[in-house]
Design a protein around this ligand. Structure first.
Ligand SMILES: Nc1ncnc2c1ncn2[C@@H]1O[C@H](COP(=O)(O)OP(=O)(O)O)[C@@H](O)[C@H]1O
Ligand SMILES: [Mg+2]
Length: 228
């Protein structure tokens, strides 16, 4: 089983005046097909932990492993290539390109990965669109959609290439309760259906409670929360 392991991660940010210790000796393992929620107050380090897991930030101490591979020791160019196939990302804001249709937005992510199998890529995209209930919107532009539809499109773009891990940073943060509930259910279903590991940084405790494991970041430490 494929796993993403953050081992003894510490992270501090410093400038000439002072240094902030954001994460202190934090370890976490995300396994494919499983889901983890990260909660904690604003500024506690949720985004920082996600960025480190994806290799987008280098921790002050500790390493991130994909299976037995130490991602921090890998050649940068190679890792950039691996990263786009290994991960999908969803943020609070959708970041869809406004001049492209939903279909074109999703095709673009395959192009960035260097994947040229146009037909197969479209097939994967249409499959995900159906799964997310946005098939009828494939030729629409982002401005034509509601907030919930745009976020579903952002999820489609993140998962169309079937990443092993889906990292989501406050994916329901901009949505009303009904749309947040739809996104919760869809992402949990996708994780099961495609055997993806999902990691969600969220303020939404109801969402977190539906995930396999929940952790809170507090005073730079990661603490596992008991939930049924
Ligand atoms: N690049 C950076 N430079 C300096 N400080 C940063 C940087 N990124 C994050 N921080 C600080 O680290 C702390 C955690 O930030 P963040 O991970 O964004 O928290 P959260 O996502 O939980 O709201 C905050 O105090 C923030 O100001
Ligand atoms: Mg954040």
């Amino acid at each position: 089983m494929s796993s993403l392991l953050a081992k003894n991660i510490s992270m501090s940010f410093s400038n000439s005046q002072h240094s902030v210790n954001v994460l202190d000796n934090v370890s976490l393992e995300l396994i494919e097909g499983r889901s983890i929620g990260i909660i904690g107050s604003s500024g506690c380090g949720k985004t920082t932990l996600l960025q480190i897991l994806a290799g987008l930030e280098t921790p002050t101490a500790g390493s991130v492993y994909h299976d037995d591979l130490n991602l921090s020791e890998r050649n940068k160019a190679k890792f950039n290539q691996l990263r786009s196939s290994l991960f999908g990302f969803v943020y609070q804001f959708h970041y869809l390109l406004e001049d492209l249709t939903l279909l074109e937005n999703c095709e673009l992510s395959f192009q960035i990965m260097g994947s040229k199998n146009h037909e197969a890529n479209r097939k994967s995209i249409f499959l995900i669109f159906e799964e997310l209930g946005i098939g009828h919107l494939k030729d629409s532009y982002p401005f034509m959609l509601s907030g919930g539809e745009r976020q579903r499109a952002a999820i489609a773009r993140a998962v169309a290439h079937k990443p092993t891990f889906l990292l989501m940073d406050e994916p329901t943060g901009n949505l009303d309760a009904d749309n947040a509930a739809i996104i919760q259910e869809l992402t949990i279903n996708l994780s099961k259906k495609f055997n993806m590991g999902i990691l969600v940084a969220t303020h939404d405790l109801e969402y977190a409670s539906k995930l396999d494991e929940v952790y809170r970041i507090e005073n730079s430490k990661l603490q596992k929360i008991d939930h049924e």
